[in-house]
Each structure stands twice: as structure tokens, then as C-alpha cells.
Design a protein. Structure first.
Length: 83
């Protein structure tokens, strides 16, 4: 019998197993926080904290799109050194 997960744990398990396309194939100008966190190997809450405290890595400043954070793909690629 598998143990039951609390709702936060269940959401985290689903998020961790969610598959995102390779960064080289992303052709949108911005990606949501969860996807950016996946590429940067950080938790989404870390990126949200960066946005609130205005602690940004070079060229990686999120934009607000309909009240949500959008992280520039060009900035993520620059941070990771991917062209």
C-alpha cells in the first residue's frame, strides 16, 4: 500500500516529474516561473523570492504578464551559457 501524500507534497511531486522541452528548442520570448526554475535548477519559490527582493542574476529580470511572472528565455540562456 502506497502512503498518501499531503497536498503540497503531491503538487511538488507532479511539478518535479513534469517534462519541459530542452532550452535550445524553446522559441517563446518568456517562460513561466516553474519552467524557468527547471532550467536553472532552482525551486520556483526561489525565483519568486528573487523577483520580490529584486535580486537578479545578470540579464535575468522577470516581466509581469497579466499578473504572472515571465522569465526571459534569452536571459536564462545567457546565465547558463547556452546559445
Amino acid at each position: 500500500m502506497q502512503p498518501t501524500l499531503h497536498s503540497a507534497e503531491a503538487r511538488r511531486a507532479v511539478t518535479e516529474h513534469q517534462q519541459f522541452p530542452p532550452l535550445e528548442l524553446v522559441n517563446r520570448p518568456t517562460v513561466p516561473t516553474e519552467q524557468a526554475a527547471y532550467y536553472l535548477n532552482r525551486r520556483p519559490q526561489t525565483l519568486r523570492g528573487w523577483a520580490c527582493s529584486e535580486t537578479f542574476i545578470d540579464g535575468l529580470r522577470p516581466v509581469r504578464i497579466n499578473g504572472r511572472l515571465g522569465w526571459p528565455v534569452a536571459g536564462i540562456r545567457a546565465v547558463l551559457g547556452v546559445q
